[in-house]
Design a protein around this ligand. Structure first.
Ligand SMILES: Cc1ncc(COP(=O)(O)O)c(C=O)c1O
Length: 476
């Protein structure tokens, strides 16, 4: 090893020591988690460590990346805007990037959602939407409307309102007594091998219960919030568009505000620009974030229709939405989001055909994986396979260690580590393995990921009963 390499090596170790000393990472148990991967740069579907080793980002860096890392078109838009104006207050002042982005979003969102309120991440977009619903009732003198409804298992973010409507997601035990009351509706999810007749019976009973509940309580409901078609953090659980349409229809019959949380599903993940495009009944408010800037900057949006917006128009300033963030509509971030949207607009057919091909490849590869495991390693079972757009998910059962599906599930974490070894970034949710790659991924790369998942599952099975594994109870 020459001196330069030793210097680099020392620098890397120092960096990681400083990371351990100074950085408090999200959703991480610092005491037991492995040393994090130290990444230097990113391009396309890959992120690279300091040795130049490439890792395939199969989860789009927590579901944010769309067209690939450091996409030239978006980076140029960022640089151009940065040269002109980095930031300016967005109250009493406006600017071209925010105006153009709002207009472009309004044109691309389901009809009527044309009043764009900017926030700075997914949770704050949800917070703004919930507060809009609460103040809508206040402005209309309907203050008895003080109950929110949400689906069981939903996740809407980590601020207090978002935690309240997501309190059945299982992430918030220390905070439970601090959250406001929310009523939850059972969520009927579907897999590729679901018994459709049974599912239909369940859907009908949920709809009947909801009907009866609303007959008695509709005057008390401020809003219903939902993740359209896919519940992300609870394990990529998919419901049928027909069912969701009926749920929204019931709420709209009683004039109850419907809030679609497209923070994860937006910007192509389900095979359409927005998952709500699969629905005939449209929400009153839609929340966006994650993919909105192509995975380059934090930005949130709560887009409202005129029914909501007009309820805030009054000569009294106290009827206005007195809510905002210092960096609202940051021009550089808006420029990145606009460039991201322009890429969708100019390459619409190519992108959505590719996402279709991704779905098809998932199906083929899943079938192959399930068949190979059944033949060669029957101790490992993949259950509940599901696919929508660029999302594919399934659960893993190994031997008798079946449904240990809490967030820190050992099986999922061992698979994550085994995949990291094979230079693929996964982040299982409990024992749910899922793929949610950027659209720059090739079909060949997807096939390679599945081949590596097979190898990783076999590695994990082989190590499953070792003392080493058993001791790693809290491995995140
Ligand atoms: C559906 C959904 N809503 C809201 C959020 C919160 O977004 P953020 O992490 O940007 O606060 C998430 C994050 O995963 C999400 O999946």
């Amino acid at each position: 090893m020459n001196n330069k390499q030793i210097d680099n090596q020392t620098e890397l170790i120092n960096l990681l020591n400083d990371d351990a000393k100074y950085c408090w990472h999200p959703f991480t148990q610092a005491q037991t988690s492995p040393i994090p991967l130290l990444i230097e740069k990113a391009k396309g579907s890959y992120i690279y460590d300091y040795a130049g080793k490439a890792y395939l980002d199969a989860i789009s860096s927590w579901w944010v990346n769309t067209h690939g890392h450091n996409h030239e078109y978006i980076i140029q838009a960022i640089q151009k805007q940065a040269n002109n104006m980095a930031h300016v207050i967005f109250s009493g002042i406006t600017h071209q990037p925010a105006i153009k982005l709002a207009k472009s979003l309004a044109h691309n969102l389901p009809q009527g959602l044309e009043h764009i309120f900017y926030t700075d991440n997914g949770s704050t977009a949800i917070e703004a939407a919930l507060k809009m619903a609460i103040q809508y009732a206040y402005n209309k003198n309907q203050e008895a409307k003080n109950i929110f409804l949400a689906f069981e298992g939903a996740y809407h973010g980590d601020t207090f309102g978002a935690m309240s409507v997501g309190k059945t997601s299982g992430f918030y035990n220390p905070f439970k007594s601090w959250l406001f009351d929310v009523n939850f509706i059972e969520y009927p999810y579907i897999n590729l091998d679901s018994d459709i007749e049974k599912l239909e019976v369940l859907e009908k009973s949920i709809l009947d219960k909801l009907q009866n509940y609303l007959i008695a309580k509709h005057n008390q409901i401020a809003a219903f919030i939902f993740e359209p078609l896919v519940q992300g953090a609870s394990g990529m659980r998919i419901c049928r568009a027909g069912f969701l349409d009926k749920v929204i229809q019931i709420f709209q019959k009683y004039n109850i505000i419907c809030i679609a949380d497209e923070v994860m599903t937006g910007f192509g993940r389900t095979g359409k620009l927005f998952a709500c495009e699969y629905l005939s009944n449209k929400p009153d408010i839609m929340c966006l974030s994650k993919g909105i800037t192509g995975g380059n900057f934090p930005l949130g949006v709560a887009a409202a229709n005129s029914k909501i917006y007009n309820a805030f128009l009054n000569n009294d300033v106290m009827q206005a939405f007195l809510h905002g963030h210092s960096y609202t509509a940051n021009p550089i971030i808006c420029a990145a989001a606009l460039a991201n949207l322009e890429l969708f607009e100019t390459n619409k057919n190519d992108i959505f055909n590719h996402i279709n091909d991704i779905s098809y490849t998932y199906k083929q590869e899943l079938d192959l994986l399930i068949a190979n495991l059944a033949k060669f390693n029957p101790d490992i079972k993949l259950i509940n396979p599901r696919i929508i757009g660029s999302i594919c998910a399934f659960e893993v059962n190994i031997n008798q260690h079946s449904l240990n599906n809490n967030y820190g599930s050992n099986i999922g974490q061992l698979i994550r580590i085994a995949m990291l070894d094979k230079q693929v970034i996964l982040r299982p949710l409990g024992n749910t393995i899922y793929l949610l790659p950027p659209y720059s991924i090739t079909l060949q790369e997807i096939k390679e990921i599945f081949a590596k998942i097979y190898e990783a599952l076999v590695d994990v099975l082989n190590n499953f009963n070792t003392a080493d594994f058993v001791n790693k109870k809290d491995l995140f």
